[in-house]
Design a binder for this molecule. Structure first.
Ligand SMILES: [Ca+2]
Length: 346
């Protein structure tokens, strides 16, 4: 609680600074009013009284997830486990912020651990599957804290490597929005469908680690506080994200050949109250399917590696050979046809 209070204080100071700056610059009209309220029905805090299978419980456990005194253990540091916890109450808020206080720790050495966990805001709940223990082709938002570089390990085995600009260093946090048609590519750590992401050294730390998903005025931001400095660091920032209301919050995790303890200390959902202009009201109208404006998924478009000079040369060379071949055949056929039509004429 104290850490969270401190961190909220940090943001409060930044907000004051912003307002001050705005007053100085004469942009008072644009200084945004933002109030926030903790919504108990979508939050999960010690002593986890609302967790259980009864119909009055707010949160439901799945798989190997277990309630401990200080945290919810989604998976233990044991192979082939899968656990989740899902909110029973659909969220009808327009603007919200989910604060996730988590811990990932285990015996495995670096890159000999896995697989991480996912935070969900989706239409379906309590559906086991291959995406960090939850179903694929989901409708909604998934934020993944991926601790094992599947793609990189495969590339290493094939002695290939991304260029420095495209290399992702793990653990890696990324966000994905799907309308049910997109699948998460586990072997490529979700690269083809990633909206944005960042490296996050979140494992085996002695200080508290937090992740925030903020959804405000159709802007999706993911912020991290993982360095023990009580400071938020930007990770993902995507405008034009349209998520329907009435979806469910959940957290899920999975272990495979490699494992870790994946613990959730708390989930705190804040309602954000923001003022909208008429134009913004129009833009932010209700949607019934998740959609992202101008969605460019770099992983779907660009090839794995840029074409090498040799490959380009070979393609041009063989294209020319084929062209010459086609010309020669054409000339032969034409001559034959002319001979025949001459014979026919005489
Ligand atoms: Ca992975």
């Amino acid at each position: 609680m104290a850490a969270a209070g401190g961190r909220r204080g940090c943001r409060g100071r930044a907000g004051l600074l912003l307002v001050g700056l705005c007053l100085l610059l004469g942009c008072g009209a644009r200084a945004e009013q933002m109030d926030e309220y903790l919504k108990r029905e979508h939050s999960l805090v010690t002593p986890y009284q609302g967790v259980g299978s009864g119909s009055s419980s707010l949160w439901e456990l799945m798989g190997n997830a277990m309630v401990m005194t200080q945290f919810i253990r989604l998976t233990p540091d044991v192979q082939s486990k899968q656990g989740a916890i899902w909110n029973r109450v659909p969220c009808y808020l327009r603007d919200w912020e989910m604060q996730v206080h988590f811990r990932i720790h285990g015996q495995g050495k670096k890159n000999l651990n896995g697989d991480g966990f996912a935070v969900w805001y989706t239409k379906d709940r309590m559906q086991p599957g291959p995406v960090f223990g939850s179903k694929d082709n989901f409708l909604g938002l998934g934020v993944f804290v991926d601790t094992y570089p599947n793609e990189e390990k495969q590339q290493e085995a094939q002695k290939r490597r991304y260029s420095a600009g495209n290399q992702r260093v793990f653990p890696y946090v990324s966000a994905m929005v799907s309308n049910g048609s997109l699948a998460y590519d586990h072997d490529r750590d979700g690269r083809p469908t990633e909206l944005g992401g960042c490296t996050a050294m979140v494992r085996n730390l002695n200080h508290d680690t937090f992740l925030v998903i903020r959804y405000m005025k159709r802007r999706l931001t993911v912020l991290l506080d993982i360095d023990g400095k009580h400071e938020w660091r930007d990770c993902v920032d995507i405008p034009g994200v349209h998520l329907p209301r009435g979806y469910y919050f959940g957290v899920s995790s999975v272990t495979g050949d490699l494992s870790d303890n994946h613990d959730i200390v708390s989930l705190k959902l804040y309602q954000l109250t923001v003022e909208r202009t008429l134009e913004e009201e129009k833009r932010d109208k209700e949607v019934f399917l998740p959609v992202v404006d101008n969605m460019k998924l770099p992983g779907l478009e660009s090839p794995m590696e840029p074409m090498s000079g040799l490959a380009l040369f070979l393609i041009v060379f063989f294209s020319l050979v084929a062209l010459v071949f086609a010309l020669v055949i054409g000339i032969i056929v034409y001559n034959k046809w002319q001979d025949q039509s001459r014979k026919h004429f005489y």
